[in-house]
Design a protein around this ligand. Structure first.
Ligand SMILES: Cc1ncc(COP(=O)(O)O)c(C=O)c1O
Length: 388
């Protein structure tokens, strides 16, 4: 098979992907296809990208330190704002220390491959993010995949899988495509019982759950999670990621995580913006409260319109459609009507499980959300009624 044929097959199956260009207006709206559209597809959950304190902090950081880091952290890229951000992140997460990475992908790949090796075993939820999966693969450790959030099966696997080395349980705190929350109390118990390290990816929980502090805080288990990873790129409105935990873990990652060691540091603007966003969250719970209230409102509105919505309390609202081509059709029609949402298709989800992924943020008005729920319901019914 050649590239052309493979791409033709993707097109035929409704699985071809291409970049879409949007011009952001603020946290809630973008210009797309020549008109103003309601953005219901972004992970900018708190609208931090357009908060004036955050923007000003990015500008100030450029004025103070220039536009690029010029080197990796361990060479010449560690400008003073890094120290401030990492200290603030550690305080915010309730841990001894924190380290930043250039992306969430690099944080997961770098962390998991640094701490686990071929003598170890990793127990990974079946719906974990691709960056966790790739980190597990790269580590060379034995991988044991347990069915999504199934604690009974996980217990059995922990019981039956013998290992002379270390054991790690790793989960998304909030699952990115399903919007549900990992059963952290049971995971903590199992990790203790079977002497495992526990790692939680808070990419979609940072700034949202636990008054913004993340999944562990949501369950009151801050000191029970060994490795709390999260992103600066979603609710914090910047770029990059962090890992928070004990100082010994952070020192270890600085010395062993290859995605940290061998990559140029984030730019001053990224760090300045993320630092301002963390400070806003340390001072007030207004934005995390607002996004959860909007998520609850939208869930109820969609259900009132007869639309099935998955997830729980979080701002990720998956709407099951089934066939990939149908999901694409619905999203395209909604775009024409001024509503942008994501289509999630294989290989991100299993065949037949294509869905619309709608994300709510703190800057959406409830009147816009209400109107969007009506339009989404009308469009789904219209398209699903079509002969294929
Ligand atoms: C659960 C999860 N982990 C990690 C990542 C990667 O983060 P980033 O986009 O900063 O690379 C994402 C986002 O795409 C995610 O959803």
């Amino acid at each position: 098979m050649n590239f052309k044929m493979e791409l033709a097959v993707l097109k035929e199956k409704g699985l071809f992907r291409e970049n879409q260009t949007y011009v952001p207006i603020d946290g809630a709206y973008v210009f797309a296809a020549g008109k103003k559209c309601l953005m219901l597809a972004s992970n900018n959950y708190l609208g931090m990208t357009h908060e004036s304190e955050v923007r000003q902090a990015a500008i100030k950081a450029i004025e103070a330190y220039g536009t690029g880091a010029g080197g990796a952290r361990l060479t010449t890229g560690s400008h003073p704002l890094y120290e401030e951000l990492e200290a603030n992140l550690a305080q915010f997460k309730g841990t001894e220390a924190a380290i930043t990475f250039n992306t969430g992908y690099m944080a997961n790949v770098g962390t998991i491959s640094a701490i686990m090796n071929k003598n170890d075993v990793i127990f990974s939820d079946a719906l974990n993010h691709a960056s966790i999966i790739d980190g597990c693969r790269l580590s060379g450790a034995k991988r044991v995949i347990f069915p999504h959030s199934d604690m009974q099966v996980l217990k059995g696997l922990l019981e039956s899988t013998k290992c002379a080395g270390k054991r790690l349980i790793v989960v998304d705190g909030v699952f990115s495509m399903d919007g549900d929350i990992a059963p952290l109390s049971q995971l903590v118990e199992l990790a203790k019982l079977y002497d495992c390290l526990l790692m939680v990816d808070d990419a979609h929980a940072t700034g949202i759950l636990g008054n913004g502090h993340g999944t562990a805080a949501h369950f009151g288990l801050t000191d029970q999670v060994d490795i709390q990873m999260g992103t600066l790129s979603k609710a914090l409105g910047s770029e990059g990621a962090y890992v928070a935990g004990k100082k010994i873990l952070i020192d270890y990652l600085i010395n062993k995580a290859r995605s940290y060691i061998f990559s140029t540091a984030l730019s001053p603007a990224d760090i300045g913006a993320a630092n301002a966003a963390v400070k806003i969250l340390m001072q007030s719970i207004r934005l995390p409260e607002k996004v959860l209230a909007n998520a609850d409102f939208m869930r109820r509105e969609l259900k009132m319109q007869g639309i099935e919505v998955g997830g729980e309390i979080t701002p990720i609202l998956p709407i099951p459609i089934g066939a990939a081509d149908l999901a694409v059709k619905v999203a395209n029609h909604l775009k024409e009507k001024g509503i942008i949402l994501s289509v999630i298709r294989p290989p991100t989800v299993s065949v037949g499980e294509s869905r619309l992924r709608l994300t709510v943020n703190a800057k959406h008005s409830q009147s816009d959300l209400k109107q969007a729920a009506v339009t989404i319901a009308e469009t789904i019914k219209e398209i699903k009624g079509w002969k294929r």
